[in-house]
Write a protein that binds this ligand. Structure first.
Ligand SMILES: [Fe+2]
Length: 395
């Protein structure tokens, strides 16, 4: 780890976290602490049919916290879905939000809380191009049921503006948010994830940690969190995919996802996440698949510039460095990441897109450069994007 990093950075401290198996039982206690009198329960549709959902409702009922329920969460939430949930929040007289599910459920719930705080007719008021000031939000408690996005600890949400078709971070001054938020991370809730979802969400967590560690602006705090998150994924993701009831692996994957997302909003990400939005739009790839399918290609492309950091990542994967050059260690680390993806049966880019011919590289590069104009500006960036896609398609 680079000890010469200049200690000058901003850092968002995540919300209050309660972590551990069975910790869902503290939910009523924290709802009371936040002063919630009536909660909107925002849940992923699949979760509503589970025993855990019934158990959580029963706990809240027993604690005399009345609920309105909304399970219309859509993957990649839109302004329309958020607005619909926010309408129910207002009509039912709620004053707090409890969200249970993956990133989409949590992003929806947090956005409802923002709209409730400002009284805006639509969440669009807080998104590009308006970026209306947020000015507080209703209290929110997040309970993740996946170990991937880490949305329980980040202070923003990805919502699509259906008027402009723009997908992106909601909210101006996001770093000032979340003062009232609690994350209850109970790994038991992730045990029902099937192997494929475990793999896809786990790879998102891996990408977030890895990209953070090799980003342009890491800092000493993000480095610690991100590198340990990589270590945890390296040693637990395959176990969790192969045996969903391996609770040691589940606990470690929940930790990894949370730590990666404590880190990356404070440091930045890299190519896999820069490319994920165009990939989702053009080839309809879900987020975790999009980022994972170009991960190895991105690391190979960045190897000449990030050799030291990639060698440190290799160390987290257990690669021995004795008697080897830094370049060899870094290359072996990338090979280990490729092997992990293969072992968890993660799709290649060509498989995910439905065939190599589906991807017109010129169209893709043009779309990336247009959507990410603020991040990727130069001819060099353009060539790097092209090279990553060529590599990924070859893999
Ligand atoms: Fe992600």
């Amino acid at each position: 780890m680079n000890s010469e990093t200049e200690a000058s950075f901003n850092f968002f401290l995540p919300p209050f976290v309660v972590f551990g198996r069975g910790k869902r039982s503290v939910l009523p206690e924290y709802a009371h602490k936040l002063g919630i009198k009536k909660a909107l329960l925002v849940a992923d549709p699949f979760f509503v049919g589970t025993g855990y959902y019934a158990e959580i409702k029963e706990m809240l009922n027993a604690a005399q916290i009345p609920l309105a329920e909304w399970s219309g969460v859509v993957p990649d939430p839109t302004d329309a879905s958020v607005d619909e949930a926010a309408r129910l929040f207002r009509e039912a007289g709620c004053d707090g939000v409890i969200c249970i599910g993956g990133g989409s459920a949590m992003d929806t719930g947090k956005s409802v809380a923002v709209a409730a705080g400002s009284g805006a007719d639509s969440i669009r008021a807080h998104m590009a191009p308006h970026y209306g000031s947020v000015g507080g939000m209703a209290p929110v408690i997040c309970l993740p049921t996946t170990s991937g996005t880490g949305a329980e600890v980040n202070p923003y949400a990805i919502v699509t503006n259906t008027e402009t078709n723009e997908k992106g971070l909601g909210y101006a001054a996001w770093e000032m948010l979340a003062a009232q938020r609690v994350a209850v991370v109970d790994p038991d809730l992730t045990a029902s994830m099937p192997p494929r979802l475990t793999a896809v969400t786990g790879v998102d967590a891996l990408c977030q940690a890895l990209e953070c560690y090799i980003s342009q602006s890491p800092n000493p705090v993000s480095d610690c969190l991100a590198l340990h998150a990589v270590y945890l994924v390296a040693h637990n993701l395959l176990r969790a995919v192969n045996n969903g009831q391996d609770m040691v692996a589940r606990v470690n994957m929940s930790l990894a996802a949370m730590m990666a997302t404590m880190a990356f909003p404070n440091a930045g990400l890299s190519f896999p996440h820069f490319l994920s939005e165009p990939m989702a739009d053009l080839y309809h790839l879900e987020h975790g698949v999009a980022v994972g399918s170009v991960l190895v290609a991105s690391l190979e492309e960045l190897l000449p510039y990030k050799e030291e950091r990639l060698a440190e990542i290799a160390g987290a994967f257990g690669v021995q460095s004795q008697g080897r050059s830094q370049r060899e260690v870094a290359q072996e680390g990338i090979a280990q990441i490729r092997k992990l993806l293969k072992d968890i049966r993660f799709p290649t880019l060509a498989e995910a897109a439905g065939g190599k011919d589906v991807i017109d590289i010129d169209v893709f590069v043009a779309d990336v450069m247009q959507k990410k104009a603020g991040l990727l500006k130069t001819q060099e960036d353009r060539e790097r994007v092209r090279s990553i896609v060529v590599r990924a398609l070859a893999g």
